[in-house]
Design a protein around this ligand. Structure first.
Ligand code: PHE
Length: 349
């Protein structure tokens, strides 16, 4: 076979191989094999010495033409392959812009926090400061400082979770009173504070009881604070929360840290005072405890009860939320079912 024939055959075979290559890698291998330094074309070039001198330029020209031809064919094949890859990706990553968008999930405020925020602003507006005591409280602040010594029978009403002899999950936020009272500098003005937070009691959970609930403690101490200041303040709170129409009443009560002590009831939201299972047919629902601060509480904190005095109150935030939103199971606050919580979503959320 002379060289011309060889070159023609190589052209045919090479073209066919390039056509069949289906990856860039294969294409590169074929290229090296055909036009590389040790490839088939170079080999043919090396055998030029066997060709008659007069024929050599012609063969040389033919080899060069073939090299150009192969190069061009490779480039085209490569370009075709790149286009195919792009086309496939475009197809795979196609986005249908006409589909409706996916909305991100927006949470909502917990109803108790809505009440809490609202009450905090209300009290801040009246010049109170907001404090926060620890949920794991000491026996000292939760009870001793609040006029409940170790053997006091009223401790039984607040059975709770003790961590050890001296530390417990607080049964009430009243310890905040003592913590603030101890530190307050009366030369700088009267003390007005609210202390919201979680409290715990060893209770069996049912529709109206929860072993965990939330309170907001309130304390006002100054010279010449009277019971009518307390009554006026409590009425402002309940009217702010439940509207002008709801009736309130004070009942005498007992707390070791206040004397006299009262409980405040609000007319039942469900039956409007007529009597129903929710208010246990009394027409009233208890919402808070309060009273004039006991001299011992002041004395324990180093404040002279002959000079200073005032009132304290403890609001049940769960009760407030139950009344405000007409919720009939307190456990709904703590199971965090989004279907329950989503009902409190505000429009702007
Ligand atoms: N600490 C009382 C309770 O948990 C409520 C209260 C607070 C009563 C402040 C009087 C004054 O029941």
């Amino acid at each position: 076979m002379d060289l011309f024939e060889k070159l023609n055959k190589l052209k045919e075979e090479g073209t066919e191989k390039i056509k069949q290559a289906d990856t860039q890698k294969k294409l590169d291998e074929i290229r090296v094999n055909l036009v590389g330094r040790k490839g088939q074309l170079t080999e043919i070039l090396h055998s030029m010495k066997e060709v008659e001198a007069s024929q050599r330029p012609k063969v040389g020209q033919k080899v060069n033409q073939l090299r150009d031809y192969f190069q061009e064919t490779f480039d085209k094949a490569k370009e075709k392959m790149t286009q195919a890859v792009i086309a496939r990706r475009l197809e795979e990553e196609k986005i249908d812009v006409t589909l409706p968008g996916r909305k991100g999930h927006v949470g909502s405020m917990h109803p108790i926090n809505i009440i809490l925020d609202d009450l905090e602003s209300f009290f801040i507006g009246m010049g109170y400061k907001v404090v926060q005591g620890p949920e794991i409280e000491t026996d000292h602040y939760c009870f001793e400082m609040m006029n409940l010594p170790k053997d006091h029978p009223a401790r039984d009403m607040q059975a709770t979770f003790y961590i050890d002899e001296e530390n417990l999950l607080r049964t009430q936020t009243s310890g905040d009173q003592a913590r603030v009272l101890e530190k307050h500098d009366f030369s700088k003005g009267p003390l007005k504070m609210v202390g919201p937070g979680k409290v715990y009691r060893r209770d069996d959970d049912d529709a109206t009881h929860s072993h965990q609930f939330q309170q907001m403690e309130g304390l006002v101490i100054d010279k010449n604070v009277t019971m009518s200041d307390l009554k006026g303040t409590l009425e402002m709170i309940t009217k702010h929360m439940f509207g002008q129409d709801r009736k309130t009443r004070l009942r005498p009560s007992y707390f070791p840290f206040t004397e006299p002590s009262v409980e405040m009831d609000v007319s039942c939201f469900n039956c409007d005072g007529k009597g129903c299972p929710i208010c246990k047919f009394t027409g009233w629902i208890e919402v808070l405890g309060a009273g004039m601060v006991h001299p011992n509480v002041l004395r324990n904190a180093g404040v002279d009860p002959e000079v200073y005095g005032g009132f304290a109150f403890g609001v049940g935030l769960d009760r407030f939320a139950i009344l405000k939103y007409g919720i009939n199971d307190i456990r709904d606050f703590y199971t965090n079912d989004v279907r329950f919580l989503a009902q409190f979503r505000k429009e702007e959320d």
